[in-house]
Design a protein around this ligand. Structure first.
Ligand SMILES: Cc1ncc(COP(=O)(O)O)c(C=O)c1O
Length: 457
């Protein structure tokens, strides 16, 4: 595209953002009022900092099937999925039944209940890892993974991928969404705290490498012989749109970690049970030493799990690593997780995701070429996204180069067009559920086409 054409398009993009933001704000006065009153007692006016997004947080009323309803009564096809949780959709009868029957029999004992065995066995079958423990969030799962790496090896350093988000504990809140001015050279990126409150002493224990770059990992192992406990990685990076691993990348990590006596942990908090029954571990055919799960495995309840080899989980078995938590294996969560995994997310669910996904990818790809947009669509299982770039994003730095305004403007079009997506436009994905229909999926494609047409003018 000629520079003048590009400048015109960006000017148009800014105008469309202003217009769509005005529509957004006018549709949700009640969210505005609730936000204002919340600021008196909730820090920042919401229950998590990531619920506050431009133009303003959307307050929710309820969900049913594939739909959510905001506090103003607007209805949306829910492709936000509660940040990738709701693979079962809202109020699925099997989940309602499992949770209702458990509630009536007591919801917390801090002692194991029978469902936890069934959930662990199902996860062991899906991920090919024998031993499991439960926790309450993705953050706790990756925190356990980092502790287990260190416990199993007696080493302190860990390797983390630049741009990957693994939750908000100290060891991994490093080099997540930092800007160009902070991130340092490409082969040896700087370790940068991604929030205040993270001690520099801990930041220094987290070595950063770019995704899809085995040489950078090799370099780190060579520079720190016998000091690296392990590598934590999202096998498909999902905090930068969707970035698939290059062919041979995960196999290379597997081989390098083995050669250096380090632990390989896959953070499958987003990919686990959504991209395939056994997550990216199954889809990509590489089995790590540890898998971290949360989100969709719990059928909509707060959840987390960590699974691993006899070797690494042996540190728990032998009492060398204390994996603990008052709510671990909570009966309500276990009942919902059992129903989600054993009764809902079975083979037909994954065939359903595939049908809808294929329609969305081919529909969006057709729109992209019809309007000659610099964009592509990538999807796995229940998840997918449009990335506004003419070249494929392979790592965080490629992602940083993508103009945020396209993703944001597209997100506004989807929202005002009745499709609820996670905020932050370019970073997140759509999430399908077993209760979504072809019409639901088509609405996303239609909104994308409207956006593309208006961008082109
Ligand atoms: C890949 C990944 N790991 C870990 C987490 C943290 O999970 P939670 O928010 O449940 O603590 C997230 C959250 O979005 C995530 O995307």
């Amino acid at each position: 595209m000629a520079l003048t054409g590009e400048t015109t398009q960006l000017k148009r993009l800014d105008e469309l953002i202003d217009k769509q933001q005005a529509i957004f704000l006018a549709r949700q006065p009640r969210s505005g009022e609730l936000g204002a009153s919340a600021r008196r007692s909730l820090a920042g006016g919401a229950t998590s900092s990531w619920q506050i997004a431009e133009p303003r947080a959307v307050w929710m009323s309820h969900g049913k099937g594939s739909r959510v309803f905001d506090a103003d009564g607007n209805q949306y096809v829910d492709l936000h999925g509660g940040y990738g949780v709701n693979a079962v959709g809202h109020a699925h009868p099997k989940i309602v039944e499992a949770v209702s029957s458990r509630v009536a029999r007591g919801t917390h004992f801090a002692q194991p209940t029978e469902e936890s065995i069934e959930v662990a066995e199902e996860l062991a079958r899906r991920f090919g890892l024998p031993l499991w423990r439960f926790c309450n969030s993705g953050t706790e799962a990756t925190m356990d993974a980092v502790h287990l790496m260190r416990a199993a090896t007696g080493r302190d350093l860990i390797v983390k991928i630049e741009g990957c988000y693994h939750g908000h504990h100290d060891s991994v809140q490093v080099s997540v969404l930092n800007g160009w001015d902070e991130i340092g050279p490409e082969l040896r990126p700087a370790s940068v705290a991604s929030s205040s409150g993270i001690p520099q002493a801990l930041v220094d224990l987290t070595l950063i490498v770019p995704f899809n770059d085995l040489d950078a990992v090799r370099l780190r192992f060579d520079e720190h012989p016998d000091r690296i406990a392990g590598v934590i990685v999202e096998p498909i990076m999902m905090n930068a749109g969707i970035v698939p691993p290059d062919s041979g990348y995960l196999e290379g990590l597997r081989e390098l970690t083995r050669r250096h006596g380090a632990v390989l942990a896959f953070d499958e908090v987003k990919t686990g049970v959504t991209v395939a029954p056994g997550g990216a571990t199954e889809l990509m055919g590489v089995t790590p030493d540890l898998v971290c799960l949360a989100k969709a495995m719990g059928g909509g309840l707060p959840c987390g799990a960590i699974g691993g080899t006899e070797d690494v989980m042996g540190t728990i078995v032998r009492g060398e690593y204390e994996q603990v938590g008052t709510f671990n294996g909570n009966p309500l969560t276990m009942a919902a997780a059992r129903a989600a995994l054993v009764e809902v997310l079975q083979d037909e669910a994954y065939r359903h995701f595939a049908r809808l996904r294929e329609g969305m990818v081919s529909g969006c790809t057709a729109v992209t070429s019809r309007y000659d947009l610099s964009a592509y669509t990538v999807a796995f299982g229940a998840k997918g996204c449009v990335t506004f770039s003419s070249r494929r994003v392979r790592n965080y730095r490629d992602f940083l180069s993508v103009d945020d305004r396209y993703g944001y403007c597209h997100w506004l079009y989807q929202h005002n067009g009745g499709v609820f997506l996670p905020p932050w436009g370019k970073a997140e994905q759509w999430m399908l559920s077993v209760q979504h229909s072809e019409e639901d999926a088509q609405l996303f494609v239609d909104n994308f086409a409207t956006f593309a047409e208006e961008i082109r003018g």
